[in-house]
Ligand binder design. Structure first.
Ligand code: ADP
Length: 592
């Protein structure tokens, strides 16, 4: 309790006031005692002097032996003091209280000695006869012959100042009341100091716990008021700063969350500080299970660990391409940047971009150029070979010449097909070709495409059936494109189905769209080739495709047409048994 300012201040104020009041009290009482003593002395002196002058004549005429005794007894009633009358030899002639004859010689009493010398003598001492401390005053009775006798008056010491006892009591009571008031006033005064301090302490604790919206009531304009205002201002600034920091943190979080690139931050020891959701997705890990662990533990790749280690010891950024298992091998371009603060490098942040698709596109582009050149060169080489043979003399032989020219014509057709397929593919791909989407009756379109290809099927003795289940919804599509798609699929079915095989085109309404399946009883496709069928120039059997007049672009065109129409395609095939290409186009498509 006494550790609180309130009580310490109260005790100090109380002590100071008490010391002051006690000193004042003692001084007052002392002064009063002194005053009372002097007063008594004066009163006794004037009474004694009066009696001395009164007795002058009695001493001169030698009165009756009991005269002085009677005088003393009488006078006592008037002056309220003990009176003793003594002769110059010290013998007691009369005493107001005791019997004069029982009293000893008083010549040796100091006040008597002084009176005998003609002066006023005073003394205070314990009287064995009266058994109390007495104050004595003796004056000489002087006649022409000198000191004729002595009048001594005395009062009990305790009577001196007895009148002031009441005042003393009052002073004591006043001091006590003053002290009690001091305690009350001091404690209420210190409360006015301490209560705001306690409130400030409470608010400061609340702020430390994060409750920054509490404010202090500023009640006064003094230093405490200034301190309260200071605390309120500090809380306001803290609130602003925390709001700013939170906003910044949320922005950074939002950026990190929305990024497609992975972000990993590691500390100086290579332990993960942060991974963003992209990294969680890429490596199928979770933030909670990654933070605080080493990179090697979480992503299990030594090259990445090495790169981050290198970045930690270098003060500039490093960019490198790494193959990481995610969980199948993927290519990442990783850029690091040092994380620094005033003490230097404290970690590294790495941004990882999955460039697998980009690398794939690059590879496909290179392949494409090589493929196109190769595809174009084959018919051209053939044409050039036959033309040279003709020029070398084969022209002379009409049959040979005709045969050669037919081959040249076929090759030119092939070139033409190739170029027109290439052009249509690149137009669809580059979205150059204008797309005219309008409500399309798929049933009509399917029947139309099938009828175009029926002669081709007939030539190979194939059965080409169409099965349309129920009414089909109108789909919003480009008629020419969907026509080309149908032709490509049915044409492939005819091409890759031996003589006498069966081909069926089935269509039905499906999930707010139309599903069409083109199936054949043809040669089928090996399982491993299925994922690559839609690549440009991909052919399971190049020679066969070429023999059939294929360009290797048909399914690539199909894929792109479906992309433009938000559709999708699936392939099911069994080698030697046949294949089914099933595509789906929604009725309405999201605008690109
Ligand atoms: P192509 O002009 O060679 O037919 P496509 O892109 O149309 O080119 O087809 C790519 C390859 O897919 C073909 O070379 C063939 O090997 C295979 N293919 C396509 N359709 C069928 C099918 N119905 N049956 C078997 N194989 C097929």
């Amino acid at each position: 309790m006494f550790r609180s300012i309130k009580w310490r201040l109260t005790v100090i104020i109380f002590s100071v006031t008490a010391i002051f009041l006690f000193l004042l009290g003692f001084y007052l009482m002392d002064s009063m005692e002194q005053y009372s003593y002097e007063n008594t002395q004066k009163r006794l002196f004037s009474n004694a002097s009066l009696m001395a002058s009164d007795l002058k004549e009695a001493f001169a005429r030698e009165p009756h032996p009991d005269f002085f005794q009677d005088y003393a007894r009488r006078a006592k009633g008037d002056i309220n003091a003990r009176i003793t009358i003594i002769d110059p030899a010290g013998k007691v002639l009369g005493d107001s209280t005791l019997d004069k004859d029982s009293m000893a010689n008083h010549a040796d009493r100091p006040e008597i000695k002084k009176a005998l010398a003609g002066k006023t003598g005073t003394a205070s001492r314990y009287s064995t006869s009266l058994r109390q401390r007495m104050f004595y005053l003796a004056v000489p009775v002087t006649t022409e012959t000198g000191v004729a006798g002595i009048v001594r008056v005395s009062v009990p010491w305790s009577e001196i100042g007895a009148a002031y006892n009441q005042i003393r009591l009052s002073i004591g009571t006043a001091v006590l009341v003053a002290l009690i008031l001091t305690v009350a006033v001091a404690s209420s005064f210190t409360s006015t100091l301490v209560v705001p301090l306690q409130e400030m302490t409470r608010v400061a604790h609340e702020m430390a716990e994060g409750k920054l919206d509490t404010t202090l009531n500023v009640r006064t304009n003094d230093e405490i008021g200034a301190l309260s205002r200071g605390l309120n201002y500090m809380a306001q600034r803290l609130r602003d700063n925390i709001r700013q920091i939170t906003e910044e943190r949320n922005k950074v979080k939002a950026i990190l969350t929305s990024m497609n690139d992975g972000v990993i931050a590691v500390d100086r020891n290579g332990d993960i500080l942060l991974v963003n959701p992209a990294v969680e997705r890429m490596f199928n890990i979770s933030y909670e299970n990654s933070v605080g662990k080493s990179v090697i533990e979480v992503i299990r790749n030594f090259d990445l660990e090495k790169l981050l280690h290198e970045a930690l010891t270098s003060d500039h950024s490093i960019t490198r391409e790494l193959q990481l298992m995610a969980p199948e091998p993927r290519s990442f371009r990783i850029s690091t940047a040092p994380l620094t603060n005033e003490t230097g490098v404290v970690g590294v942040v790495a941004v990882m971009r999955d460039i697998t698709a980009f690398r794939e596109v690059e590879r496909m582009k290179t392949d494409f150029v090589a493929n196109v050149s190769h595809e174009l060169r084959t018919p051209l080489t053939s044409i050039k070979g036959f033309v040279e043979t003709l020029l070398d003399g084969a022209l002379e032989d009409q049959d040979t010449a005709r045969h050669f020219l037919e081959i040249i014509n076929d090759e030119a057709d092939r070139l033409n097909r190739l170029i027109s397929d290439l052009l249509s593919l690149s137009r669809i791909e580059a979205k150059q070709r204008e797309i005219h989407k309008k409500p399309l009756d798929m049933e009509k379109l399917i029947l139309n495409s099938v009828s175009i290809l029926t002669p081709q099927a007939k030539e190979k003795n194939q059965v080409l059936n169409t099965d349309i289940i129920g009414p089909l919804p109108l789909i919003e599509a480009d008629e020419d494109m969907i026509g080309q798609l149908m032709i490509n699929l049915v044409d492939n079915a005819i091409k890759y189905t031996p003589e006498g095989g069966q081909i069926a085109v089935c269509a039905q309404a499906w999930n707010d769209g139309v599903k069409v399946a083109v199936s054949d009883t043809g040669i089928g496709i090996p399982r491993e080739s299925i994922p690559r069928l839609f690549e440009r120039f991909y052919r399971v059997d190049k020679a066969r495709s070429r023999e059939m007049g294929g360009t290797g672009l048909g399914l690539a065109i199909v894929k792109h047409i479906l992309e433009v129409h938000n559709g999708k395609i699936e392939v099911e095939s069994r080698l030697g048994k046949g294949s089914t290409f099933t595509f789906y186009i929604p009725v309405k498509q999201a605008r690109a």
